[in-house]
Design a binder for this molecule. Structure first.
Ligand SMILES: Cc1ncc(COP(=O)(O)O)c(C=O)c1O
Length: 404
């Protein structure tokens, strides 16, 4: 009967696992990057973007089944995962692509470097908008391509981060020697948490058309939309023009907490761009780890109920932060529309208390946050709230002590 409805026992158990998100799981001595940083210190780690939740039980079960079988020879799983991704993109975003448009990547971070290196010549440049996930700012270091870093602007009255289109026009109309070729977009945006609207993305597309730019859209946070009225729009789906000039980077790793399994992919629908990509990469890297591919397959086909539970939990955690911190005038919490990351302006507090490094200051009160300086915004910190409520509650109490 259960199978008739295509529901397995483990799917039914999903409801039971809802309660698991509140359990504080010991991650010390598990090689966790997030928790190792403060191993012997009384500091609650709320920095790097991974979640303290166990991944969906369906994913763990699939990996355990494979491990129990115990043979890890060459695998053709890759061929069946691509149609699953095609279905997922269609169901989630009405985005119809061909499986051949997908190529595997070990991670989205490396994808940013790879795309910049392949599609931008040494005498051209890459544009991005900061504050931004730090690797975007390291493009010069890793690819020796010139980076033009344009600040986003904060609209105080609507409490929203926006693209500064005037600045973009100014920059593109006076290109200098290193002509811009590629925009590295973060959609939704880490760390300011914006879900870019259709109007904003269309405006960006207008610039891309006018100045003949490619767009590399990092959409790793696309399944973590926290405001029910908002929806993620893949840049490539805006229209045919967008489709022809967009390279999209995606991965189930953030949403399903499987970053260490290394399964990401790039979508390129323009045949000419795909050929350039293949010319540069063919034969240079192996197929992905089968366990990562398996996790990706299960994430996109069997874990929607789990994802919804996580979203609801994150929405509650976000409210907890707003309720705890919004009354303080020496900091400003920028609540995200997507992601599980709050972006916090500490500049008033820093003046008030003569603080030079807000992250070090908060570490002394027992909370470990990311430093905004790494995102191109000194004076800000980023708080990862994908953790058990009790832990977040302890962290917020420490935060209040630090700012009170
Ligand atoms: C916007 C963004 N892109 C890429 C990554 C890293 O992705 P990966 O682990 O697949 O390299 C992160 C991780 O936090 C991220 O926030």
């Amino acid at each position: 009967m259960l199978l008739w409805y295509n529901i397995t026992l483990i799917d039914c158990l999903g409801l039971y696992f809802m309660h698991d998100l509140s359990k504080i799981i010991d991650r010390i001595n598990t090689n966790s990057t997030k928790w190792s940083k403060y191993k012997d210190k009384n500091v609650i780690p709320l920095w790097v973007a991974d979640m303290d939740f166990k991944t969906a039980p369906q994913i763990t079960q699939a990996i355990m089944n494979k491990c129990e079988h115990g043979i890890f020879g060459y695998s053709d799983l890759t061929a069946t995962v691509k149609p699953d991704i095609v279905n997922y993109l269609h169901q989630s975003f009405r985005w119809k692509i061909n499986p051949q448009n997908i190529k595997w990547l070990g991670g989205v971070h490396m994808g940013l470097n790879l795309i910049s290196k392949i599609f931008v010549k040494p005498d051209e440049s890459v544009i991005t908008f900061s504050p931004i996930y730090p690797p975007f700012l390291k493009i010069e270091q890793f690819t020796s391509r010139n980076l033009i870093n344009l600040p986003l602007k904060y609209d105080q009255s609507n409490k929203k981060w926006l693209f500064d289109f005037d600045l973009l026009e100014q920059t593109l109309s006076n290109p200098g020697k290193l002509k811009p070729k590629l925009i590295l977009l973060c959609n939704p945006h880490n760390p300011v948490g914006r879900v870019w609207t259709q109007a904003e993305l269309n405006k960006l597309l207008e610039f891309a058309i006018k100045y003949n730019l490619l767009i590399c859209s990092d959409e790793i946070h696309c399944d973590l939309i926290l405001e029910p009225k908002l929806k993620h729009i893949p840049f490539a789906t805006l229209n045919d023009e967008a489709k022809m000039r967009t390279i999209t980077l995606m991965s189930p790793s953030k949403t399903y907490n499987i970053a260490s399994l290394g399964c990401a992919f790039v979508v390129i629908e323009n045949a000419e761009l795909m050929q350039t990509y293949l010319n540069a990469t063919n034969g240079l890297y192996a197929d992905l780890n089968e366990l990562g591919l398996l996790a990706c397959k299960v994430a996109y086909t069997k874990c929607e109920q789990w994802r919804q539970q996580v979203i609801a939990y994150l929405q509650d955690n976000k409210k907890m932060i707003d309720n705890a911190l919004n009354g303080y005038t020496n900091i400003t919490v920028h609540s995200p529309q997507a992601t599980y990351l709050s972006w916090i302006d500490m500049r008033h507090l820093m003046l008030e208390k003569n603080i030079t490094n807000p992250t070090e200051y908060l570490e002394n009160y027992g909370i470990g946050l990311s430093n905004g300086a790494d995102f191109g915004a000194p004076g800000f910190v980023r708080l990862n709230f994908a953790c058990a409520k009790d832990l977040l509650d302890q962290a917020l109490k420490r935060f209040i002590k630090a700012i009170g």
